[in-house]
Design a protein around this ligand. Structure first.
Ligand SMILES: [Zn+2]
Length: 293
């Protein structure tokens, strides 16, 4: 009996690590979605930020620190989007696996060609994007790169399941290619938009539409009355198709713009979970294209 018990204990000791899922913590919901596409049932995903929260102004909470403490990997957007809470979170977690420079610390922007890198350089002037445009997830091209990077990272940390991650990456790429063909046929080429915030620049360059102006004076800075007047003049001349906004920006000046110019506004979903039918990155992009069409 004692021998049997020993065998059982040894079995538990050596079998648990192989069966245990990698604990993946992501800041934003879209990262959780891509991670899940690649990791599947070999990982457990915890997402820290909710879809309806403004990702620029998140604060660290004790529950987030607790999640970070248990993480095997933390995956984040980077380009300073999480500057207000992530460094504190990682430090407070005292989790050696996720400290900067460790394999469990994954900045997804490392895989992306960042645009607007030199457009802004001074956070003290109010610009929330001093390292370039961080909203690269609204871009099929970039998500192909990020998915590949996530697969490589997961395989490095969990080599036993590397083949599964590679297979899942191949499935992701297959679906991405199919969807890219479908999205390419959408009627958005040549359209002109005014946008509240710099959310759609990556997509504009990929799908040949233009953002001709912004409601924000600078990223993160609400418009002054004089700025709005100048924008109204521009809109009357250039006649954009619509004004693009994000749910959490509400009506900061947009109603006035619509009233004075006749240009309608569209709330574009920006995150996985923004609405109940957006349950992964692909359905997010379907909804984005539908909004812009
Ligand atoms: Zn932003």
């Amino acid at each position: 009996m004692r021998k049997l018990l020993m065998i059982f204990i040894i079995f538990c000791l050596y079998s648990t690590p192989a069966l245990a899922k990698l604990n993946v913590v992501t800041t934003l919901p879209w990262i959780g979605s891509i991670a899940y596409s690649i990791g599947g049932d070999k990982i457990k995903v915890t997402v820290l930020v909710k879809a309806n929260q403004d990702p620029h102004s998140i604060e660290a909470k004790p529950s987030m620190i607790l999640a970070a403490r248990k993480a095997d990997i933390i995956m984040y957007n980077g380009l300073d989007l999480e500057i207000g809470y992530l460094p504190l979170l990682i430090e407070s977690s005292r989790n050696p696996k996720i400290q900067p420079g460790r394999p469990g610390n994954l900045d997804c922007s490392n895989f992306v060609e960042v645009i607007e890198k030199n457009a802004a350089s001074d956070r003290s002037m109010g610009d929330v994007h001093p390292l370039g445009n961080p909203h690269y997830h609204i871009s099929p091209k970039n998500m192909g790169r990020v998915a590949k990077g996530i697969a490589k990272t997961l395989s490095g940390i969990d080599p036993e399941n590397a083949q599964i991650f590679e297979k899942n990456l191949a499935l992701f790429n297959e679906k991405l290619k199919k969807k890219q063909n479908e999205w390419a046929s959408k009627n958005i080429r040549g359209k002109k938009f005014v946008s509240y915030h710099k959310y759609f620049e990556y997509l504009a360059s990929e799908y040949n539409f233009r953002i001709i102006g912004y409601v924000e004076q600078k990223p993160g800075i609400p418009p002054s009355a004089a700025y709005i007047e100048a924008l109204i003049d521009t809109m009357k001349k250039t006649k954009p198709d619509s004004i693009l906004t994000i749910e959490y920006y509400c009506n900061n000046g947009i109603d006035l713009l619509t009233k004075r110019t006749g240009v309608k506004s569209i709330i574009v979903p920006h995150e996985v979970g923004s609405t109940s039918n957006i349950n992964d990155w692909f359905t997010l992009m379907d909804a984005v294209f539908k909004s812009l069409e």
